[in-house]
Write a new protein. Structure first.
Length: 477
RNA sequence: CGGGGCGUAGCGCAGUUUGGUUAGCGCGCACGGUUUGGGUCCGUGAGGCCGUCGGUUCAAAUCCGACCGCCCCGACCA
C-alpha cells in the first residue's frame, strides 16, 4: 500500500529519515548537523515538555534560565568534565568585531556555570536544597548527526540540584530517574529499563550516572534520559560551600538530570510502522481527526454541519481536528493522517449522519480490524475511553516486543548472537577494558546495570569470575 | 576523520559512459472540469545559472581539477 515510505524491515534507517520529514516533524537546516523542528514536531515536543514540567513542579523544582555562553575557564575547573566535552565544543572567539579576551563556550551542558552561581547563592544549610531546572538549547559538535537522535544543537531540560547531604543528593538522583521512567511509560508508552551506567558510559564529571534505556523497533537501544549523582565533584570545583548546623564548612552534594528532543526520536522508533507514525494519545498533537465524506454538494453541507457539531462535542474532552479541506479525497486524508500518527480517526459520511453513527478507525490497528461503528450519542465519554485503550494497547505492544527481544545469556557466544537483534542480559564482573573489547568485537555496549536485579550471584559472561550483578548489553544509537 | 554513494524544477529521478538543436519524466503546484466510504481522472499552464569556481573545446549537465554540501557505513556522543 504505502509505497510512500520505505518499509521498516527493508531499511529501518531510511524509514526513520523519511517519516521524520514526511510527517512534518523536522527538516534539514542549511547548517550542517542542525535541524528545523516544524510545527507538528514542535507541538509533540511541547507535549513532552509540559508533561515533564508538571512532574518537576510536583517534586518541588522551579525553573530558571542560565546563559548560553560559558567562559572557557569554567569548563576546565573539573578535570573529567573538560576531558569529556572538549572535543565537541563550539567556541566563540570574536564579539562585536573584536577578539575576546577569553573565549566563550556555547554550553554543551550547564553544570559549570550553574555551579558558579550556586557557589554565590549557597551560604547556609538553610539555603539547601536548591532545586532548579532549565529548559534550554545546547550545542555539541557531533561528527555524525541524525534528526532528533543526535543533532549539533538540541533542546532539552537540565535539572541541577544541590543538597546538604550525600544521602539526600543520592535520593534526588533516583527520584528524578523514576520521574523519567514514569513519563516514558505513562505518557510516551515506551517501556524502559532504569539502571546504572557502567564506568565507561557515565557522564563526564559524575560519580554515578543513571539512565533509562529503551528498545527501538530495530532492536537497538536508545538512552532516553539520564540522571547523575555528581557527589562533591562540582561543589569542590566551584566552591559550593555552606555552614551546617554545627557552624562547620561543608561542600554541597549535587545532581543533574536531563531529557532531550531525542525523546521524539524514541517515540517515532518505538511505535511507528510502515504506514507512518503511531503516536501515543497522551502526547499526540492531534488525538482525534474527523474526516467528513460526501459525494454531492447537498451532502457536503449536511455532513460538514454534522462534522462541526461533532468537533464541538469533542473539543472539551480531547485534542480534535476537523479536516474540512475539499482539495483532497477522503481516502487521501486517511493515509495522510495515518502517516502523521493520529491515534483515532472518525469518518463521518452521509450514511452516518442519517443513522446517527460515526466510523472510528484506530491507528494502532491498521485496516478493517481497527474500525468500529460508534453511536454519536455519548461520544464525549466513549472517545476518551477509546484513547486510553489505545494508549494502553501501544504500550503493551511495545512491551511485548521488547521483552521478546531481551534474552538471558550465559556465554559470550550467545551474547554476540543476541545483540544482533536485541538486548542480552548477563552476569557481569568485568573491567572497563573488558567492556571496550566487547564493544570492539560485537559493537554492543553495556546499556545499563538495571536497578531491578535478580539477586544472588552468577558467573560473569566475559571473565568467568563470580559476579553479583547482571548487565544489559545492546547496540545503541 | 577514514570508506562508499549522491548533488539536474518544491520533491523523486532520467540524461553524463560515447560533448552537438529549445534539458526531459513522474509527483507536487496554479486554473478549468470530473470525482470523493482507503492516496480519482482528464485537459491547460507556471516553474531550471544542471552544487560552486576554474580549465579543455568551435561547442560542456556531459570531459579534467579544486572546493562546498548532503546521505549511508565505521571511530566519538544525549
Amino acid at each position: 500500500m504505502a509505497d510512500f515510505l520505505t518499509p521498516q524491515n527493508e531499511d529501518f534507517s531510511k524509514w526513520y529519515n523519511e517519516i521524520v520529514q514526511k510527517a512534518d516533524l523536522a527538516d534539514y537546516s542549511p547548517v550542517r548537523g542542525c535541524m528545523v523542528i516544524k510545527p507538528y514536531g514542535y507541538t509533540l515536543w511541547e507535549r513532552i515538555r509540559d508533561e515533564l514540567d508538571r512532574r518537576f513542579k510536583a517534586t518541588g523544582h522551579v525553573n530558571a534560565y542560565f546563559p548560553l555562553f560559558i567562559p572557557m575557564s569554567f569548563l576546565e575547573k573539573e578535570a573529567e568534565h573538560v576531558e569529556g566535552f572538549s572535543p565537541e565544543l563550539a567556541v566563540v572567539t570574536h564579539g562585536g568585531g573584536e577578539e575576546l579576551a577569553e573565549p566563550l563556550v556555547v554550553r554543551p551542558t550547564s553544570e559549570t556555570i550553574i555551579g558558579y552561581m550556586y557557589a554565590k547563592w549557597v551560604q547556609s544549610y538553610r539555603d539547601l536544597p536548591l532545586l532548579i531546572n532549565q529548559w534550554a538549547n545546547v550545542v555539541r559538535w557531533e561528527l555524525r548527526t541524525r534528526l532528533f537522535l543526535r543533532t549539533t544543537e538540541f533542546l532539552w531540560q537540565e535539572g541541577h540540584t544541590a543538597h546538604a547531604t550525600q544521602a539526600e543528593a543520592f535520593e534526588e538522583t533516583l527520584r528524578m530517574l523514576s520521574v523519567y521512567t514514569d513519563f516514558a511509560v505513562n505518557e510516551a508508552a515506551i517501556p524502559v529499563l532504569p539502571g546504572r551506567k557502567s564506568e565507561s558510559e557515565k557522564f563526564a564529571g559524575a560519580v554515578t550516572s543513571y539512565t533509562i534505556e529503551a528498545m527501538m523497533k530495530d532492536g537497538k537501544a536508545l538512552q532516553s534520559a539520564t540522571s547523575h549523582f555528581l557527589g562533591q565533584n562540582f561543589a569542590k570545583a566551584f566552591d559550593i560551600k555552606f555552614l551546617d548546623e554545627n557552624n562547620a564548612q561543608q561542600f554541597a552534594w549535587t545532581t543533574s538530570w536531563g531529557l532531550s528532543t531525542r525523546m521524539v526520536g524514541a517515540v517515532v522508533m518505538t511505535h511507528g510502522d510502515d504506514q507512518g507514525l503511531v503516536l501515543p494519545p497522551r502526547l499526540a498533537p492531534v488525538q482525534v481527526v474527523i474526516v467528513p465524506i460526501w459525494r454531492k454538494d447537498e451532502e457536503r453541507a449536511t455532513v460538514l454541519e454534522a462534522a462541526r457539531a461533532l468537533r464541538q462535542c469533542l473539543q472539551d474532552v480531547c485534542r480534535v481536528h476537523l479536516d474540512d479541506r475539499d482539495t483532497f479525497s477522503a481516502g487521501w486524508k486517511f493515509n495522510d493522517w495515518e502517516m502523521r500518527g493520529v491515534p483515532l480517526r472518525l469518518e463521518l459520511g452521509p450514511r452516518d449522519v442519517a443513522n446517527g453513527t460515526v466510523m472510528a478507525a484506530r491507528r494502532d490497528q491498521p485496516g478493517r480490524e481497527g474500525k468500529t461503528l460508534l453511536s454519536l450519542v455519548d461520544l464525549e465519554t466513549t472517545v476518551p475511553v477509546l484513547l486510553a485503550t489505545i494508549q494502553q494497547a501501544i504500550y503493551q505492544k511495545a512491551l511485548a516486543f521488547r521483552d521478546s527481544h531481551i534474552h538471558d545469556v550465559r556465554s559470550y557466544d550467545e551474547l554476540k548472537e543476541v545483540v544482533e537483534t536485541g538486548f542480552a542480559r548477563a552476569w557481569w564482573a568485568g573491567s572497563r577494558e573488558d567492556e571496550a573489547r566487547i564493544k570492539e568485537e560485537t559493537k554492543a555496549t553495556i546499556r545499563c546495570i538495571p536497578l531491578d536485579q535478580p539477586g544472588g550471584s552468577g558467573t560473569c559472561v566475559f571473565t568467568g569470575r563470580e559476579a553479583s550483578e547482571v548487565a544489559i548489553f545492546g547496540r545503541a544509537y
